[in-house]
Design a protein around this ligand. Structure first.
Ligand code: SF4
Length: 363
């Protein structure tokens, strides 16, 4: 995977004393640094050009002013998996044509990492102690990629030792990168899941710009498994195109020929979906993208998806291919209705807590 080198590092006054600032300066020595009083004033982009693409070229370092820890918003009317998120960065240096951040962060597009990681840990600690009887699945990849900036920031390396000690947590680091070097000498103590979003090679080459290749992701997954990490895989978004099965089936086989499914905590499946707003941005930024060619319908949550019978067929095929190699692995659907669950699995979770508990570790 290519190195990320921003054009400039913009640092809000006060963040120069953080470990993240030191890590950025030592790993990106060639990048000019500008200290400013307020990054919000500096992060203004010309919206007549590709402002979202331009925002990925400048890296901001600032304190996070709000709460770090929150419940995943999910999607109205869809089965929720009781997931929590911690955001230590916003936006992503990679550039997938279907990325929902293009719409979601349209008004706040700057690529930011947060310097007050001690506050993140304090806040998580208060929440986890207050609810010792509850089990938390926590992800860091809601509005960024969990590992793409790790070689420069060292944030994940700083938080793993804390989460590894907690008895009621699985921390998921979700990525399309292969940036795992910082993780391999740490002891995850069974509490850290490194998860890859996977698509077949032709989809990665066409639509996942700047990400690690399929082979690089799989090699990184294997290295993490050998270092004691649990793994996850997200087949999301699954994209329908002529003969898509000829790419997705061998992809599933190759993954399970490389990693041990017994140490895979979960797999998720989700088809391509987007809001009409995102579809407009995708057409502007990636007019050549083929993935919008498939027919879609507007669903009750305001997102466009393939027709229901087509989605059910696609999920059933994926489940069948996965079960051949990983008969007991936990599989869930991301942002799908109870009706679709019923058609694919023959059941649906009674409540979000039930699904969350199913995904909790047994040991
Ligand atoms: S890796 Fe994830 S966050 Fe980054 S551009 Fe792709 S979809 Fe968006």
């Amino acid at each position: 995977m290519n190195c990320f080198v921003p054009d400039e590092l913009v640092v809000e006054r006060g963040s120069e004393s953080s470990s993240v600032f030191n890590n950025l300066c030592s790993t990106l020595p060639q990048v000019p640094v500008r200290i400013v009083d307020d990054v919000r004033v500096t992060a203004v982009y010309d919206r007549s050009v590709d402002h979202f693409g331009a925002a990925k070229k400048k890296l901001f370092l600032t304190r996070h002013r709000g709460e770090f820890f929150k419940k995943c918003p999910g999607s109205e009317g869809q089965v929720c998996c009781n997931y929590f998120v911690i955001n230590f960065a916003s936006n992503c240096p990679m550039d997938c044509s279907y990325c929902y951040l293009q719409d979601y962060l349209s008004d706040n597009a700057s690529l930011k990492v947060f310097s007050n990681i001690g506050d993140l840990i304090d806040e998580a600690d208060r929440t986890l102690h207050r609810h010792r009887g509850l089990f938390f699945r926590i992800g860091t990849g809601e509005i960024t990629d969990s590992l793409a900036l790790e070689p420069y920031t060292g944030i994940v390396r700083e938080i793993i030792p804390y989460f590894a000690e907690q008895s009621n947590v699985l921390l998921e680091l979700k990525t399309k990168s292969d940036c795992v070097d910082n993780l391999l000498d740490l002891d995850p103590k069974g509490r850290i899941v490194v998860a890859w979003s996977m698509n077949p090679r032709p989809v990665i080459e066409r639509d996942e710009h700047g990400t690690a290749s399929f082979a690089e992701r799989l090699a990184a997954a294997r290295r993490c498994q050998e270092a004691g990490y649990r793994l996850g895989f997200h087949f999301d978004p699954i994209i329908e195109y002529p003969d898509w099965e000829n790419d997705y089936q061998p992809m599933v086989e190759e993954i399970f020929a490389t990693v041990n499914w017994r140490r895979v905590s979960w797999l998720s499946l989700g088809v391509l979906r987007e809001t009409p707003g995102l579809k407009r941005v995708m057409r502007q930024r990636f007019p050549e993208a083929r993935l919008l060619a498939g027919e879609q319908v507007l669903c009750p949550d305001g997102k466009l998806r393939y027709f229901q019978p087509q989605r059910i067929q696609m999920y059933r095929k994926m489940v069948q291919w996965i079960r051949r190699f990983a008969p007991m692995v936990q599989i869930y659907l991301c942002m799908e209705s109870k009706e679709i669950w019923q058609q694919v699995f023959g059941f649906f979770p009674a409540c979000e807590k039930e699904l969350g508990n199913q995904l909790a570790p047994l040991d």
